[in-house]
Design a protein around this ligand. Sequence first.
Ligand code: CA
Length: 222
Amino acid sequence: MRILVIEDEKKIADFIKRGLKEEGYAVDAAYDGQEGFFLAKTNEYDLILLDLMLPKMDGLTLCKKLKSEGKLAPVIMITAKDTVADKVTGLDSGADDYLTKPFAFEELLARIRAILRKKDAAVANKLQVEGLSLDLMTHKVTRAGKEIELTAKEYSLLEFLMRNAGSVVTRTMISEHVWDLDFDTFTNVIDVYINYLRKKIDEPYEKKLIKTVRGRGYIIKG
Ligand code: CA
């Protein structure tokens, strides 16, 4: 899951970015409204955290512009304003949720999880491919009832594959949703991570779930 943080207070933006990365999200940060709008327009984000008071373009304008351009990534507005009128204006401009500064990081995480769950209503708390199961709440992964330890990045990659179970995901799709702007497209880092996953998810078992689709990408299916 790839998240864009648009926040001009660099300390807050970097704090959120670091925290979310530790949770396994791919995160980009923009420090003014214009840069934020550009990134949101040109990349495929699964969620946008948007500050209201921003230089160059304010959060409300940015949110309205994005929605009118057909960019439908869910938006959580983050702001110091907390009057009812401000919340209503924020939600009316197309935001999906609203968080008032200061907030506990745990609350931000819970709201992100709730929005990502809503985004894909068919997905319950668990993703399942045959005996392989991934719990979106606890990040616990098991196969045939046995727990598998994954790093944050391996988990994100597996989550993306499993959200698209039965469909081919290309390296471009993976790089857009699992990695952030620092991703270097000329490396084979995705293949390396697929191999890490295979060692843990497939190697000990007779049936292999992660398959290579030559020339296209990868697919996970039973
Ligand atoms: Ca601000």
